[in-house]
Design a protein around this ligand. Structure first.
Ligand code: CUA
Length: 339
């Protein structure tokens, strides 16, 4: 998009660290498919002509068995598909498991807009500013129907679901402006649900952070205010009264929690969200299921703020738990989605 819409290109610009490998894998798939399509079509035409009715071709000793030919057409496709599988799996895991650290941005999608929240407090709608060369880790959720976060130049596309956090990460490698699409039909204005990702030089990004966007208090601070407003501390912080009715929240994020039924769970974003919305779903060992549900009382942005507050109360090295195994990951490229 940086070069203007009129310029024709086979592929979108390569503007993230995923782009090269995704394109190489894609070209490999196209190359292999094309080779066999052409080879098979050519063989069909050749034999159709050679053995057409009435031709003088030799039909006297048709071969019934060619061992090495059979071995070839078993082993060659097997090897090729294994290459596709291993290469594809490697690329998939790279995208599905965000590295630790980097910039964390949360996003709430709704009909029909993208709302982004930076940890520094900057919030923006349908525009996303990110620094060049840094890992950006996004936590996304929808407030209504299924949307899909799609930036072709980054080769990043992921469904954004109601009721569940999904994680997307990327590292921009080229400054510029890139079109953000919603790639899942989500209602009348689906086609208008888009925006622009602005990749800025790090210094410009800092400048933007200090002046750009709709600057609110940071989600951490907003979360703490919400925490007090909802009186979460009454049960979760004993104060002088001794025993807590709810489990302590200090150092909770990223830790492993033992549940009443004997299993354990990692306290990641999804667990915290579930415990606020449906507290009875996972009861911490040693506690009673007495917490009321906050469903309908806190919106998705409020939940993200509460989680940001809880994160701030945990050791910083826990702040980016590996999201792979605990989160059911969806396939990186889904059904024939079109923006
Ligand atoms: Cu949101 Cu389509």
């Amino acid at each position: 998009m940086a070069d203007g819409p009129s310029e024709f290109r086979w592929m979108p610009e390569q503007a993230s660290s995923f782009a090269r490998e995704t394109d190489a894998l894609y070209l490999f798939l196209i190359g292999v498919s094309s080779f066999f399509t052409i080879a098979i079509a050519a063989a069909i035409v050749y034999f159709a002509i050679k053995y057409r009715r009435g031709s003088a071709a030799d039909r006297s000793h048709p071969p019934t068995h060619l061992f090495y030919l059979e071995l070839t057409w078993i082993l060659v496709p097997f090897a090729l598909t294994l290459v596709m599988f291993v290469w594809g799996a490697k690329a998939y895991f790279e995208q599905a498991w965000p590295p630790k650290g980097g910039i964390e941005i949360s996003c709430v999608a709704r009909q029909w807009m993208w709302k982004f929240q930076h940890p520094e407090g900057n919030a923006e709608i349908d525009d996303l500013h990110v620094p060049l060369g840094e890992n950006v880790r996004m936590t996304l959720i929808s407030e209504d129907v299924i949307h899909s976060f799609y930036v072709p130049e980054f080769r990043v596309k992921h469904d954004v679901l109601p009721g569940r956090y999904v994680t997307v990460w990327f590292r921009p490698t080229k400054a510029g402006q890139y079109h953000l699409f919603c790639a899942e039909y989500c209602g009348a204005k689906h086609s208008a649900m888009g925006g622009v990702v602005h990749v800025l030089e790090p210094s410009q990004y800092q400048l933007w952070l200090s002046g750009g966007g709709e600057t609110n208090v940071s989600p951490q601070v907003a979360g703490q205010q919400l925490f007090e407003q909802l009186r979460c501390g009454t049960c979760h912080e004993g104060g002088g009264s001794g025993v807590n009715r709810g489990p302590p929240l200090e150092n909770l994020f990223g830790s492993t929690v033992r549940l009443q039924n004997g299993t354990t769970v990692v306290a990641d974003e999804s667990y915290l969200r579930e415990s606020i919305m449906r507290p009875a779903a996972k009861i911490v060992a040693g506690y009673q299921p007495i917490m009321p549900s906050f469903e309908g009382q806190i919106g998705e942005e409020g939940l993200l703020q509460l989680i940001a507050h809880l994160k701030s109360r945990a050791a910083p090295d826990r702040n980016a738990p590996p999201t792979g195994p605990s989160q059911p990951a969806s396939p990186p490229l889904e059904k024939g989605q079109q923006p």
